[in-house]
Write a new protein. Structure first.
Length: 261
């Protein structure tokens, strides 16, 4: 569906951050230097860098998808991105999807949950999201299955695996992956498409790259045991070239595209 803003609306010269609680966030109280033309330039630059990383890794750029991460940015920013041909957007919080889905209902957006997901959000996810990339425990799978049955829908999911030693990172322990994948066969509304991870926050490229390599190795091991996992979602604005070098099929880009929050 085409994205058609109301006739009475005039283009905003700036793209402010968004506060799902209403009003403006602290970041948006400042006039941001980003406008729609800067968004287009950022998108071109991100695509160029993806292509460059693919060439250096001996890969076809067509193998790597871009998932724009629009968290904290409001509907006007997303409309500008839709006008550039983007239609899938990653959000950390389900509340933001709820707040943005209405104003952007004419845009045909596919919302992707990438943040840690509580089971009490399953109802909204089953109703609004096209994909969850942070599935990491059986009780969440059960909650999503239940709500999807009520909605009469199916949902693409990626299993989030914890490859970083940081306690702040979420995800399934690598040793539990095979058992979890086996258990997910009991949830037919969940279409398991691949794996997701977040790398350690470090200035050491070798440490970051090791997290991505671990996910690829896990995917390869699970594939050998009969689990088709074609997608690897890994890499963000600060480390996606390393993720591409280790086999990422999708990179999640926020700051490099929309600007700092």
């Amino acid at each position: 569906m085409a994205c058609h803003p109301p006739a009475s609306a005039s283009p905003a010269p700036l793209i402010p951050a968004f506060s799902p609680q209403g009003g403006r966030s602290e970041a948006s109280k400042m006039r941001m230097s980003m406008d729609p033309s800067h968004l287009a330039a950022n998108l071109d630059d991100v695509r160029r860098r993806i292509a460059q990383a693919c060439r250096e890794a001996g890969r076809d750029p067509a193998e790597v998808a871009l998932l724009p991460v629009s968290k904290t940015f409001g509907p006007e920013a997303i409309r500008a991105a839709v006008a550039l041909g983007l239609h899938r957007f990653g959000e950390n919080r389900v509340q933001e999807i709820r707040d943005k889905a209405g104003p952007l209902a004419d845009c045909g957006i596919a919302w992707v949950v990438i943040g840690h997901l509580q089971t009490n959000k399953a109802k909204d996810v089953a109703r609004l999201a096209s994909e969850v990339q942070s599935l990491d425990r059986p009780e969440l799978a059960e909650a999503l299955q239940h709500r999807l049955e009520i909605e009469g829908r199916e949902l693409d999911v990626l299993v989030q695996v914890k490859t970083s030693p940081e306690e702040s990172k979420h995800g399934l322990p690598p040793a539990a992956l095979e058992g979890f994948l086996e258990r997910l066969r009991d949830f037919p509304r969940l279409r398991v498409r691949g794996l997701m991870t977040m790398a350690v926050q470090s200035d050491d490229p070798a440490a970051v790259r090791a997290c991505f390599r671990r996910l690829r190795e896990l995917r390869d091991a699970m594939r050998a045991r009969g689990h088709a996992l074609p997608r690897l979602s890994m890499g963000m604005s600060g480390d996606f070239p390393l993720a591409i070098a280790e086999g990422a099929t999708e990179v999640r880009i926020g700051t490099a595209l929309f600007g700092r929050r």
